[in-house]
Ligand binder design. Structure first.
Ligand SMILES: C[S@@+](CC[C@H](N)C(=O)[O-])C[C@H]1O[C@@H](n2cnc3c(N)ncnc32)[C@H](O)[C@@H]1O
Length: 209
């Protein structure tokens, strides 16, 4: 980590950080965490946090909970939160699915899964975040009408995501297939790298029915 990130982590973690409880499903006190009740967006695998910070800055009436396992990314997001004076971001460290298990049913306005690890080898597909049981869990935490927005540059994963999301009995595809690139999703390093390598980007937006 850079010295800036180390310093940000030490100073800002106690203010904005949440450690995912060791026991999956331990209830999370969202109103206590944010100090208010507002529609909540969950950002799964926030990476370096650029997307979370930019979207939260443009959307102050909703709260953003980022969850990430990579400590330098968490530190970078904490730094961005302070630099941009964001009051609507909290950062959880740990496994996203363990965190989600502890959220109340219907508590999420949106879930973002942007450029999740593609695990390209067939024998590793079971590690993918988008698979039927995980989607059912995420959907159960979405409010009616809430959205599950996934983006990937990995064509085969995109097709697998689409099949999985379409097969979920409680989700409806908002676009009847891949969505046009939404202007509100900022371009990150992963997207730039993919575009340079000639890989198209696939967005999928499903709504809880
Ligand atoms: C390819 S990166 C994409 C980062 C970011 N969403 C972006 O678009 O720039 C995927 C991220 O997901 C995180 N991740 C993978 N599995 C996770 C899990 N189970 N819980 C939380 N984060 C996870 C990784 O640490 C990594 O930072």
């Amino acid at each position: 980590m850079s010295s800036r990130q180390t310093e940000a982590l030490d100073r800002l973690w106690p203010v904005y950080g949440l450690r995912v409880p060791d026991r999956p499903g331990t209830p999370v006190d969202l109103a206590g965490l944010f100090g208010r009740r507002a529609p909540l967006v969950l950002e799964i695998g926030s990476g370096m946090g650029d997307t979370t910070a930019a979207m939260a800055a443009a959307d102050p009436d909703r709260d953003y909970l980022a969850v990430e396992v990579h400590t330098p990314g968490i530190a970078n997001l904490l730094d961005l939160v302070e630099r941009h004076g964001l009051r609507n971001v909290r950062v959880a460290e740990g496994d996203a699915l363990d965190l989600v298990a502890g959220l109340p049913a219907g508590s999420l306005d949106a879930v973002h899964v942007f450029f999740p690890d593609p695990w390209p080898k067939s024998r590793h597909h079971k590690r993918r975040i988008i698979q039927p049981a995980h989607v059912a869990l995420l959907r159960s935490r979405l409010a009616t009408g809430g959205t599950l927005h996934c983006a990937t540059d990995w064509a085969e994963y995109a097709e697998a995501m689409r099949r999985t999301l379409d097969a979920d009995p409680g989700l409806v595809d908002a676009y009847d297939g891949f969505a046009p690139r939404p202007a509100h999703r900022p371009v990150t390093k992963f997207e730039r790298r993919a575009l340079r390598a000639g890989r198209p980007i696939f967005d999928l937006i499903h709504r809880r029915s």
